[in-house]
Write a protein that binds this ligand. Sequence first.
Ligand code: CTP
Ligand code: MG
Length: 613
Amino acid sequence: MLYILRVCVGNAFVSFIGSEDRTPKKRFSEVQKERREQAQRTVLIHCPNKISEKKFLKYLSQHGPVNSHFFYESFGLYAVVEFSQKESVVSLQNVTRTPSLGTEAAIPFRSRYFNLKLKTPLNQTSEQSSIQCRNQSSPSSKKLFELLCCAESVDDQLNTLLREFQLTEENSKLRYLTCSLIEDVAAAYFPGCTVRPFGSSVNSFGKLGCDLDMFLDLDEIENFSTHKASGNFLMEFQVKNVPSERIATQKILSVIGECLDHFGPGCVGVQKILNARCPLVRFSHQASGFQCDLTTNNRIALKSSELLYIYGALDSRVRALVFSIRCWARAHSLTSSIPGAWITNFSLTVMVIFFLQRRSPPILPTLDYLKTLADRELQPFALLHISVPSPEVALSSCLLSLPGERPHDHGREDTPSPKACLVNATFSVGKRPEIGGGSQCSVTVRHAEDKCIIEGHNCTFVRDFNRIKPSGNAETLELLLKEFFEYFGNFAFNKNSINIRQGREQNKPESSPLHIQNPFETSLNVSKNVSQSQLQKFIDLARESAWILHQEDRDRLSPSNNQPWGLAALLLPSVANSTSLAKKKKKPASERIKNLLESIKSSSTENSTAANG
Ligand code: CTP
Ligand code: MG
């Protein structure tokens, strides 16, 4: 008999995460791998406006089975078609010709982005089934207001906004496909390279229409060569040397930028921004409509995307709150698509995470806590055979033999915690004379899988959600929204820094108006660009929004119909206008609001004390 156990040991075992959404979620790396592989089997086709979907699919199926497809509109009709096998793409490419353009000349670049033409136009209307196009953009403000005003509660409003703005399955596919198409171009120079999406396209906080951040990952090419080294010989490529890593990055991006500009189908408006702190190539991918930012070897940013993805998956309130705060900030021009002294969406997301870490009990764990749950490096034993009477005894013996299980090891920062180790144990009952019979047990201990050091920065944290306990906090989204505005309306930005690693305020190490520590490159401030006046605008709007929500609480018994309420009221430009009007008065409105809020709070505390008394 063979028992295979997969045991997550100790107090870290939790099956499902999130207060509402109880479906287990995939690891970030699994999602990335699956989506990437899916994208490699997918093609993008510009179609004639009038097309028979049935015939179109029949035509493509000649090259192999089609797994899925969808159409969308973006200055023309496009189809995204996912084949079951990569070979089908090659087969399709083999029957595709390079167009002859009359006076112009075509550059014969064989990509996975095609143009479908009809040999004879469709003339029977019956042939044209009506094609359902998938929407790739977020709802208009008018539609959003209608939806928000029809919602049943503020919580419902926040969840509605999330539902309407989050990336759809199709939009995510299109993002991975676009990266995969750019990878094909880059692979002409660097075979085996990978172009990975990061930022809001993959961190679960992306809104329809957000930019597509991607980076050219050349690490795997380097790792490949080290694996192959064997014997006494070590083969190295002859390469060109340049004075610094930065210059290497600039040279690579410069050439890829040129290539995208000259040969990349659908890539327009290519700008090489090579003198930025993080050099990049910016371009529009016309067919998908994405504004793309291509960088290189940006693994830390990918890691921070993974961290945000985990935070977004831990509790269903996180994404709803982040989307609403981002939307509120956009509505009041606190954020902008143009780079400048404004707060960015990334900074706002980190602020929401920090706020949720500060609740009592906390809704989100600190990054340091996620680090303690990570797989730790154990002494090198991968497989252990022991002879024991039963699987249960075997398991406890195995655990006892794990380093760190000895009682005196507990509680020490530097010793591995076996409570957080994943153990694969295989038991077989039968005789093994050489070890005295009984059951045999093979134990495999995971070796610091989560450990991740990038450019000297420790980016280790647990990547398996199942090890993170859900929060016992049951606060409503309405309360959290109000408290968020109050919290940051009163935050001591002048002396404190926001730090999600420790989940508490730190003294500001430098004098930028807003200091938010980069979770991994801890000496960096992610909001270094933010000016004092932009920060003040944020504070003023936060106070006014807290005030509006408080007022609504009081008026709840007599709601006036036809008036935007809850989140809808916060998104109205009138909040911003009232701020600018108030500025003309002697005492700033936000100070008055702050004082009023404090007095409301203290009177409600007195009332409740009196009631209790
Ligand atoms: N990033 C960072 N430090 C910054 C700015 C950005 O580490 N000061 C990383 C973050 O991982 C971020 C990613 O770069 O998610 C992409 O940056 P950006 O496009 O500005 O933010 P997004 O999170 O993608 O949000 P948006 O939807 O506004 O694009
Ligand atoms: Mg982005």
